[in-house]
Design a protein around this ligand. Structure first.
Ligand code: NAD
Length: 496
């Protein structure tokens, strides 16, 4: 049985007190024990990060970049091993695990070239004989707290950029899928990161709380559910700590009557049921304009769901794996029951699924509800499972009103062949990431990622240029050298 401790100051550490079992969700078999950090471990990690700051912030940017280039090579060389860990602990199909890792590596590519964004700003002679420039300085010790659904990618949104900006980092990954982030952190030590620059503490909410209440921590990047994101943001503000906290989602796809229904149905299958719906950018609501279009779409979805291949993520024939845990599966089943009770029409029922040879796994099939209305809990709440709600509206205005009124505003998309409808939608929709005939509009690493409304707390988005600003503080220097001919008498007014 694998045992996962912590990585502090370049070494693997364990204190063997509180532990949690990690399961393979396809088999319900335990695969590892993970330690849950106590105050002692968190203190050790933060002290290690703080000590490493002294020399790391002075390490030239090109030396830091050389380590990141080695990091990229090491991850690529170990990609199969990492993806197997992702599939074993999260359950996602192996091809999707490869996609996750690729989207994580992109952030290392971006981080390698970060000198371009750290150059600062300069103005000569901004006032007579005065020069002024701004520099972007590291903050100090930065913490990252990450969710179970992207165990490799989300940490890679954070620490490569934070450390390339000259900070040191303590990562607290999800306790439900800890192996991949742990292994990647071990690779970072092999790549030549000085001890203490990247530390990892395994743990649950207790470790998160200890980290965000540590006076030596200067900033926290959080990704997870909205209630936790909100509480982390509030606590960080009380502690005068910089915070970006990305939360949950309920992403709507608006389907115009002119859309190609086969293309929409195929797109929605991947976007709603890929990764078992456990993606913050998953489409969980299809808002269809007109009954004729809705009838066609529901029929097409039903046909496809009947053929959806659900099973172990290691079988390359499968398109969807299990949910993360028994508890989460039961939660999703309760949502399905509530949808039925509140009057939505159940078109495909994932609860009937039987996966031969994997009877104990946490599987659910694709589920579609039609005639969902905005007062239903299945519409209001994030389900984070393979459940797609279809809603019927009369026109684009009504669709927009629905999307804009929802508490979440992470991603959204429109399917149409009409350019002006697409333009009107993207201009007026209240969401952070918008797709036009693109169901999962996840920005590439040179842009930044983040939603609106209850999907984010904080001002700057994850990764990309926003992350460079998040992980640095501006210092503006105004400089004058004595010139003999100039008047140096006392000045009591602002120069005009
Ligand atoms: P979660 O909020 O339960 O946990 C996230 C992290 O916070 C974990 O590391 C966990 O140990 C820690 N944690 C849990 N409870 C805590 C508490 N009370 N105080 C402090 N820390 C706590 O989320 P999850 O179930 O791991 O992930 C799924 C959620 O993450 C979904 O809501 C999903 O939408 C969201 N998510 C959002 C994004 C985004 O970019 N907006 C990306 C991925 C996932």
């Amino acid at each position: 049985m694998k045992y996962l401790g912590h990585i502090i100051n370049g070494d693997v550490f364990s204190e063997s007190k509180r532990t949690l079992s990690v399961f393979n969700p396809a088999t319900a078999q335990q695969t590892a024990d993970v330690e849950l950090a106590s105050q002692v471990i968190v203190d050790e990690a933060v002290i290690a990060a703080q000590n490493a700051m002294k020399s790391w912030q002075l390490t030239p940017i090109n030396h830091r970049a050389k380590i990141m280039f080695r990091m990229k090579v090491l991850i690529e060389q170990n990609a199969d091993k990492i993806c197997n860990m992702l599939t074993e602990e999260h359950g996602k199909v192996i091809d999707d695990a490869r996609g996750e890792l690729a989207r994580g590596i992109e952030n290392i590519d971006f981080a390698c070239g970060i000198a371009q964004l750290l150059k600062g700003e300069h103005n000569s002679n901004i006032s007579t004989n005065i020069d002024s420039w701004s520099e972007f300085k590291p903050l100090g010790v930065v913490v990252g707290i990450t969710p179970f659904n992207f165990p490799a990618m989300v940490p890679l949104w954070m620490w490569p950029i934070a450390i390339m900006c000259g900070n040191t980092f303590v990562l607290k990954p999800s306790e439900q899928a800890p192996s991949a982030p742990f292994f990647i952190c071990e690779l970072a030590q092999q790549a030549g990161l000085p001890a203490g620059v990247l530390n990892l503490v395994n743990g649950d909410k207790i470790a998160s709380e200890l980290l965000i209440n540590d006076p030596c921590v200067k900033a926290v990047s959080f990704v997870g559910s909205t209630p936790v994101a909100k509480s982390i943001y509030q606590q960080a503000a009380l502690n005068n700590m910089r915070c970006q906290a990305l939360g949950g989602a309920k992403n709507h796809a608006v389907v115009m009557p002119d859309a190609d229904i086969d293309f929409v149905a195929n797109s929605l299958m991947g976007a709603a049921f890929g990764s078992c719906g456990e993606r913050c950018m998953a489409i969980s609501v299809a808002v269809v304009i007109g009954d004729e279009c809705a009838d066609l779409l529901v029929q097409s979805l039903k046909q496809r769901i009947d053929g959806l291949k659900v099973g172990s993520g290691f079988d390359t024939q499968n398109e969807m794996g299990p949910l993360i845990s028994k508890v989460h599966k039961e939660r999703v089943e309760k949502h399905i029951e509530s949808g039925i009770e509140q009057g939505a029409k159940l078109v495909s029922d994932g609860r009937q699924l039987f996966v031969e040879g994997f009877e104990s796994g946490y599987f659910l099939g694709g589920t579609v509800f039609d005639h969902v209305t905005s007062d239903m809990d299945i519409y209001q709440q994030e389900i984070f499972g393979p459940v797609l709600c279809v809603m019927r509206v009369k026109n684009l205005e009504a669709a927009l009103a629905l999307v804009n009124k929802h508490q979440y505003g992470n991603g959204t998309c429109i399917f149409t062949q009409n350019g002006s409808a697409a333009h009107y939608f993207s201009e007026n929709v209240a969401a952070g990431m918008v797709g036009i005939n693109v169901p999962l509009p996840v920005p590439m690493s040179c842009h930044s990622f983040g939603g609106w409304k209850q999907s984010i707390f904080g001002d700057l988005n994850a990764y990309g240029p926003d992350a460079v600003r998040f992980y640095t503080q501006r210092k503006t220097i105004t400089s004058r050298w004595k010139i003999p001919s100039q008047d140096h008498s006392a000045q009591f007014s602002f120069p005009s």
